[in-house]
Design a protein around this ligand. Sequence first.
Ligand SMILES: *Cc1c(COP(=O)(O)O)cnc(C)c1O
Length: 402
Amino acid sequence: MPDTSGRHFLQIPGPTNVPERILRAMAAPTIDHRGPGFARLAREVLDGLKAVFKTAGAVVVYPSSGTGAWEAALVNVLSPGDKVLMFETGHFALLWREMAASLGLDVDFAPGDWRSGVDPALVESRLEKDRGHAIKAVAVVHNETSTGVASRIGEIRRAIDRAGHPALLLVDTISSLASIDFRMDEWGVDVTVGCSQKGLMLPPGLGLNALSEKAIAAGVEARLPRSYWDWRPMLENNEKGYFPYTPATNLLFGLGEALRMLNEEGLERVFARHDRHAEATRQAVRAWGLGLLCVNPAEYSSALTAVLMPDGHDADAFRKVVLERFNMSLGTGLGRVKGRVFRIGHLGDFNDLSLAGTLCGIEMGLALAGVPHQAGGVDAALAYLTEEARGGADARRAGAAG
Ligand SMILES: *Cc1c(COP(=O)(O)O)cnc(C)c1O
């Protein structure tokens, strides 16, 4: 029998652990979604989300998974046969490509090695060659959750500008939003796709789109069929604090609480916390003598780390030992890297001690599963976290003295 006392460690890169404050907020009785109380809630969360996307534009919220929000991003701005430039960063990029193709879009899919992000120079050269501006949109996954590689959206924006190309920029921030810095307006992103169950610390069930003025204008001409995902009735109803159909009311209660938590901590400190836990995790992985799937330090993901197994050892057999013995779920390898990597989610409601517990479970699991490694990964991570904590305390004292 697996050991199930204590709490389950849900260390997959989404869904993430839901904090008790959010669980309690969601446990309130469902209210009339056409009443005045609901309108106050809707305005609060729709406005609050803008700060998380760093946009002055509108955000729409669907009762859906992230996949629904992907579809919404495509059908609201594009027409049948439109050319879309996409990049094979990993499993999620592949799935979004398949969706675009099945909707009748003409996808130009730049191949990738599943270990690096989107190369801004490649974006520039592809767009420069497209003199007739046939490409209507560039679609990028910000944080590729299957590989632990984060593409540099700001640099991609500059590449599009250097090419002088008018394509829309669509970005999937499903596993980066509220974990890794993302600046919708500054980076000129036209549609940002998000969802509830990763950095926002909520259960699955909300899909998000943030929209630029240019995206809304493109929607007037767009001819892909759309009904449930149509932004227009959504925006019209949202204006007064309502939805065109029944919203996921209790998830919105949870979203209100999540936004309060992010505000209390401060978004920049949330990002710094994710950076710190990701760095501590990488130090542990190096000390174990294992490899990182991500090859470029400038593209390390702060939301998750994908760890390469030594040859001849199956990642899922190792994950099974960790689940059964330590009641911790680690992320499986997806698609092409199945069995070759496991993924450590260190995003959302997470602190130094949750990371310490996570890394302890991995180090003990490596030993139990007979995976060749060196001891000392946990020690390396704890030493780093201790130094960081000391630095933080010193900085606070210096601040108080000055
Ligand atoms: C999780 C995830 C998705 C899919 O979201 P669902 O809620 O499972 O539909 C898409 N893209 C990325 C980058 C993700 O991490």
